[in-house]
Design a protein around this ligand. Structure first.
Ligand SMILES: [Zn+2]
Length: 212
């Protein structure tokens, strides 16, 4: 069957080498760069919050130095064993996708890996996210819907705002809401180190990609 004309890309008569927008939507895919897998100790036991935070920050740092995205990293861990389930980095600019914050990337990869839309403790396991910076409004919501039962943060939302990243509507009540839903919140682990990664990003003239 021929493709209806309205679905075909058409050449623009004013600029023949350019196409007008076709009435079909693209398939969305993303893949983290190979260095992410190499950064994670997949067989390693990350016993403490400090060790887990160090990984999240290292992901953020390498994302900056390798110029593969914004200054944020996150990882999902199996809380009891300390094993890494997934590792995410900020891919907003390279993927042209405002939703691909490090936490969201980590949740997507963990859920795909485990074959479940929820990380809410299948077979007695509990999961947690460790992020190099306190989440923005979107990622705070994604944390709730991901099913993780613990969140550990490094730099603060104020650190991000100082460096011109908009965190959106995150209020003290937002944190309370998570805690009331049974999510343990730990903040301020290796905070200075995580902030320094954001400062490096700014010094390297990294794109600050807020909504406005
Ligand atoms: Zn976010």
């Amino acid at each position: 069957m021929p493709v209806p004309a309205r679905y075909r890309a058409r050449r623009c008569c004013l600029a023949p080498n350019r196409f007008t927008l076709a009435a079909v939507q693209p398939e969305i895919r993303f893949r983290v760069p190979g260095w992410v897998d190499e950064t994670v100790g997949w067989d390693r036991i990350y016993s403490t919050d400090d060790e887990r935070a160090a990984l999240a920050i290292e992901l953020a740092r390498r994302n900056v130095t390798k110029r593969t995205g914004g200054p944020f990293g996150a990882a999902v861990f199996e809380s009891g064993t300390g094993r890494v389930v997934s590792a995410g980095i900020n891919l907003v600019v390279p993927a042209n996708n405002s939703s691909l914050h490090a936490e969201v990337v980590a949740f997507m990869l963990a859920q795909a890996k485990l074959g479940s839309y929820s990380l809410a403790g299948t077979e007695g396991r509990r999961y947690e996210v460790v992020t190099s910076c306190e989440p923005c409004a979107m990622c705070l919501g994604a944390t709730l819907w991901s099913g993780v039962q613990r969140i550990v943060c490094c730099a603060t939302g104020d650190d991000a705002r100082d460096l011109a990243f908009d965190e959106g509507p995150v209020f003290p009540e937002s944190w309370s809401y998570l805690e009331d839903r049974g999510i343990e919140v730990v903040r301020g682990i290796r905070g200075r180190e995580a902030r320094a990664v954001m400062e490096t990003y700014r010094e390297l003239d990294g794109v600050i990609y807020n909504a406005t």
